[in-house]
Design a protein around this ligand. Structure first.
Ligand code: NAD
Length: 285
């Protein structure tokens, strides 16, 4: 099947990056969020991101304005009728995603594919919320989407070969590289990455080193391009906590318990870059 129109649900950190990348690759994009404020923030984030690309000579002014022209925003999920692929990138909660899939099912054609960008929730479980479970698949993008090359493609038990073939081709069309991963909590990359970040929070909480030293240690000692706590701020502390809670619940293993400091920071609303404060302050950024 040919994909030309894409719907993205959730205009937060990931949704706006996914919308930008799809539009930059020539796809018409409808970006949907329940929050008008999230949509206008997303437009301004995409504007700035494309501006930076023009300034760095990655794209020209024409490509920038063409990409922006291909994106429309809406607070009504009904605006997704007629899209060939829906990429769900709403908040990491099973109830939210299940309800979205239910609703999308009523709106899109039977041939449309529904992909979830979930970081940790079972694709098999999400597919079970759909009338057409064979058309549900995981497409796990990485943050920041315009920069990061990888997409993990995850087949649920019900996902058809045809769906996998279509999203693999689409991933190449948006100039990303895909890897195929089995449906397991956190898939491959987050299963390794998120417990590492959680452990960095334990190291901070136990006073073993400061946030700056932990990050410096991992950059200079392990050649990571970004320290785990700065990365936590980029990802969003609420998202990380949700992922650890899924691991803890799913694997029933105490090694996945979320760090108490991570929980407390989320309770305080210190969510990282998106709230202006996390392990570092971004109030003047
Ligand atoms: P976010 O909190 O930045 O944005 C989520 C957006 O979803 C918000 O704007 C919210 O208003 C919107 N939303 C909530 N319920 C909705 C609904 N019913 N309909 C439409 N919009 C709705 O979250 P995020 O970091 O962009 O994460 C989104 C998804 O991507 C999550 O599943 C997360 O696990 C996954 N993910 C996140 C990262 C990351 O680094 N942040 C990386 C890969 C995958």
């Amino acid at each position: 099947m040919r994909i030309s129109k894409v719907g993205v649900i959730g205009a937060g950190t990931m949704g706006n990056g996914i919308a930008q990348v799809c539009a930059s690759s020539g796809f018409d994009v409808t970006l949907v969020d329940v929050s008008e404020q999230a949509l206008s923030r997303a437009m301004s984030v995409m504007n700035s991101s494309l501006d930076r690309m023009v300034n760095k000579g990655v794209i020209d002014e024409y490509a920038r304005s063409e990409a922006l022209k291909r994106i429309r925003t809406s607070t009504g999920i009904e605006s997704l009728s007629g899209v060939d692929l829906v990429i769900e990138a709403a908040s990491e909660a099973e109830s939210v995603k299940g309800a979205i899939i239910n609703k999308v099912d009523e709106i899109v054609s039977d041939s449309a594919i529904i992909a979830s960008n979930t970081s940790s929730i079972s694709i098999t479980k999400l597919a079970a919320a759909s009338r057409k479970p064979e058309r549900v698949v995981g497409m796990h993008f990485f943050n920041p989407v315009p920069v990061m090359k990888l997409v993990e493609i995850i087949a649920g038990l019900q996902t058809s070969e045809q769906t996998l073939t279509a999203v693999t081709a689409f991933t190449a069309d948006i100039k990303k590289t895909s890897i195929n991963v089995k449906n397991s909590a956190g898939f491959a990359v987050n299963r390794i990455l998120v417990p590492m970040i959680n452990e960095a929070v334990f190291v901070l909480q136990e006073g073993i080193a400061s946030a700056e030293d932990i990050d410096q240690g991992m950059r200079l000692g392990c050649n990571h391009v970004i320290g785990p706590l700065a990365l936590a701020d980029l990802i969003g502390l609420d998202t990380l906590l949700a992922v650890m809670e899924v691991f803890y619940d799913r694997f029933n293993d105490s090694k996945y318990r979320p760090a108490p400091l991570l929980k407390e920071m989320v309770e305080a609303g210190y969510l990282g870059r998106k709230s202006g404060r996390g392990f570092y302050s971004y109030e003047n950024c």
